[in-house]
Design a protein around this ligand. Structure first.
Ligand code: FE2
Length: 374
């Protein structure tokens, strides 16, 4: 018989199922950006996960992450081996994970929120789901400019968004700045993915901060006018396009070039061999970088373990693994770089507060729409 009580239980169960499903959009293992990643991979609940019971203390740490790289899991396994602390992982898209953390509040099992964009890390902070991280070890391992200014998140790795060029048609001496790509010199020659992608939105947000709104808009209009084709695909597809003769230069994250070099797909390796990496704006405002980072959840029940994990992930050994597997730049300066990153050399980066990527995101989207960058 369907009693009023069983109806209430059923309703609550349904709400829980819906809540869990809503937070489970996960990326795949292709390394594509979190904002445009198809929700294809299975996600797991933390062993202690429950929306009604507090997590067990000791022996574990629960992570909600928008990163989806195999090396991350390998490091969590290595951490368990070294410390005995189990790392439970929930993968998802960053905005959904933030919504979930807000909804779960004090009953959330999560200890850490990890994502790949400074703007989103700042959103987690402004949504009041984080707390300051206090650790002398982390202070030593991660320079102050790769932390949130109130220590609510700490950087784990960085990536640069650079100019990639076809070596047989472009000499690096022809390249200089992002602004130069928006001049007539490069008409019909620029390949870049859609402005709906967060990587481009954060790039444009950084220009609004660094150059001012009017110049950033002029830049975006110049890029839209210089496109070799209507934006399509991810970063790697832009390298493929220029190698096949659609455009000469691409705007891409450096780590995709590394991943293509290391690919099991011979075609991708061939593409990587034909392109060069150029760090723009070295004599001016510096190259744009973005940051992967971790925030400590306000209601963390395994705070000591969470901080231990962050110390582990930012120590030189783990940093080298992240860099070797995913070609991201380490945050810890003591890290041994892979040969490819060494070959690219040191570079000057934009001097910017990553929070601006979040604060200026709506303006960046508005500008991209206005100038017709699809
Ligand atoms: Fe990516």
């Amino acid at each position: 018989m369907f009693t009023k009580r069983s109806s209430i239980v059923l309703t609550i169960s349904c709400m829980l199922v819906i809540a869990l499903l809503a937070g489970c959009g996960a990326g795949n293992n292709t390394g594509q950006g979190s904002s445009n990643t198809p929700a294809s991979a299975q996600t797991e609940e933390p062993a202690s996960s429950s929306n009604t019971e507090p997590a067990q203390t000791g022996g574990e740490v629960n992570i909600y992450t928008a990163r989806h790289y195999e090396v991350d899991q390998e490091l969590y396994d290595a951490f368990k081996e070294q410390t005995g602390i189990t790392v439970n992982v929930v993968e998802g898209k960053a905005p959904e994970l933030i919504e979930r953390l807000k909804r779960e509040g004090a009953s959330s099992p999560a200890d850490l929120f990890i994502t790949v964009d400074g703007g989103i890390l700042n959103t987690a902070k402004t949504e009041d789901i984080l707390q300051p991280i206090v650790s002398d070890v982390l202070d030593k391992q991660v320079p102050a400019d790769l932390w949130d200014k109130d220590n609510q998140w700490v950087g784990l790795s960085t990536r640069a968004r650079v100019i990639v060029y076809v070596k047989d048609r472009v000499d690096p001496s022809q390249l200089s700045t992002y602004e130069d790509l928006a001049t007539d010199k490069w008409k019909g020659k620029v390949a870049v993915r859609s402005s709906t992608n967060l990587y481009n939105q954060s790039l444009l947000a950084s220009f609004i901060e660094v150059m001012g709104e009017a110049e950033a808009e002029a830049w975006a209009a110049g890029i839209a006018a210089n496109l070799a084709r209507e934006p399509e695909g991810g970063d790697r597809d832009q390298a493929q396009a220029i190698v096949s003769g659609v455009g000469d230069v691409a705007i891409m994250n450096t780590y995709y070039v590394g991943r293509m070099f290391a690919s099991e797909d011979a075609e991708e390796v061939k593409v990587a061999e034909q392109v060069g990496v150029f760090f723009p704006n070295q004599d001016t405002t510096g190259t744009h970088i973005n940051i992967s980072g971790a925030g400590l959840i306000k209601h963390s029940k395994n705070k000591d373990n969470a901080i231990k994990l962050l110390e582990f992930l930012t120590a030189p050994e783990a940093q080298a693994k992240i860099s070797q597997a995913n070609f991201e730049f380490p945050v810890n300066a003591e890290t041994e770089l892979p040969e490819l990153l060494k070959s690219w050399g040191d570079f000057k980066r934009q001097d910017i507060d990553f929070a601006k990527y979040g604060e200026l995101n709506p303006k960046a989207v508005e500008i991209a729409n206005k100038v017709g960058w699809k």
